[in-house]
Write a protein that binds this ligand. Structure first.
Ligand code: C2E
Ligand code: MG
Ligand code: MG
Ligand code: MG
Length: 292
């Protein structure tokens, strides 16, 4: 009997394992063809300046995949597979080209910044990334300071000389550099100061219920104090409620990104928001009016 049971258990594990493997293999196969089949797209989520009125000062481009087999895939899972397979390099180049072309096509104000996420793997071949950046700027006509490159805090660990050189090249060109998911990794103050980062994006886990959680408040206050001294801008990611926004306002913490204002949306609805702002001078979000 015991043996029977054991066999059943074995079967169960082996079936579930092969299921996991086949989903991953299928994902890889489909993702390989995603660019050539025109299945990738970018959504845009605004960066908001919290003044008397709300103003869009930029946006983050976020990858989405239109594929019938993997309709429900999250960006996080998609990026993980892309990184494992090395597909993140061609996909990252596509993102650079597409985000700059998209944004140039909707005639943003001169001060508008388009931000996109870089993967650490894109640093492995500096020449290739440099060429992709220069091509994207040239073809779109955007100015270097309208482009912002986000690097997660964990990717900044153990930067080699080659990568430090590359970051310096990016800065010298006038492109803005930001640290993503700040607070979740281990960047030293030394790095922050030396690499001339322009922006810190505080991870949404520290923003959630900030008006209620003393531990989050203490950390966020410290980040703001530090960045002020270093002359670095800060964005709070993941603002969902009015109470969270109020906390930021009280502290004069001026930049926000989150579902309270807008989820990431396709280019067309994003253009409508920006056009509204051009006309009125500020923007109104349907969702934030009645949000808690
Ligand atoms: P991220 O760069 O930190 O992007 C912000 C994520 O937070 C987005 O998730 C966005 O939809 C989500 N978010 C924004 N506001 C809120 C909010 O108020 N509440 C909550 N709960 N979430 C909010 P998304 O689009 O699923 O992307 C997940 C991650 O995937 C990104 O995190 C980024 O690390 C990665 N990613 C997305 N697109 C790209 C890309 O083109 N290249 C690379 N290398 N990574 C990307
Ligand atoms: Mg990001
Ligand atoms: Mg983030
Ligand atoms: Mg993230």
């Amino acid at each position: 009997r015991a043996k029977e049971k054991g066999q059943n258990i074995f079967c169960f594990y082996s079936q579930s394992l092969s299921h996991i493997i086949s989903r991953k293999q299928m994902l890889e196969q489909h993702l390989h063809k995603a660019i050539s089949r025109d299945e990738l797209t970018l959504y845009y989520q605004p960066f908001i300046k919290l003044g008397k009125e709300l103003k869009i000062v930029g946006a983050e481009a976020l990858l989405r995949w239109n594929n019938k087999t993997f309709e429900d895939i999250t960006a996080t899972e998609l990026i993980a597979v892309a990184e494992e397979t090395g597909l993140i390099v061609p996909i990252g180049e596509w993102v650079l080209q597409k985000a700059t072309a998209d944004i140039a096509s909707i005639n943003p104000p001169r001060s508008f910044r388009i931000a996109l996420n870089l993967s650490a793997q894109q640093f492995h071949n500096p020449n290739q990334l440099q060429t992709a950046i220069l091509t994207a700027l040239r073809e779109s006509g955007l100015q270097p300071d309208q482009l912002e490159l986000e690097i997660t805090e964990n990717n900044l660990l153990n930067l080699g000389a080659k990568t430090i050189h590359l970051l310096q090249w990016i800065k010298q060109l006038g492109i803005r550099l930001s640290i993503d998911d700040f607070g979740t990794g281990y960047s030293s103050l030394h790095y922050l100061q030396k690499q001339n980062f322009d922006l810190l994006k505080i991870d949404k886990s520290f923003i959630k219920d900030i008006h209620l959680k003393k531990s989050n408040r203490v950390l966020v206050d410290a980040i703001f104090a530090m960045s002020k001294t270093l002359g670095i801008e800060v964005i709070a990611e993941g603002i969902e409620s009015k109470a969270e926004e109020e906390f930021l306002r009280q502290q004069n913490y001026g930049l926000a990104q989150g579902f309270r204002y807008s989820r990431p949306v396709p280019l067309e609805p994003f253009k409508i928001l920006l056009d509204q702002q051009k006309e009125r001078g500020y923007v109104r979000f349907p969702s934030s009016k009645d949000a808690p």
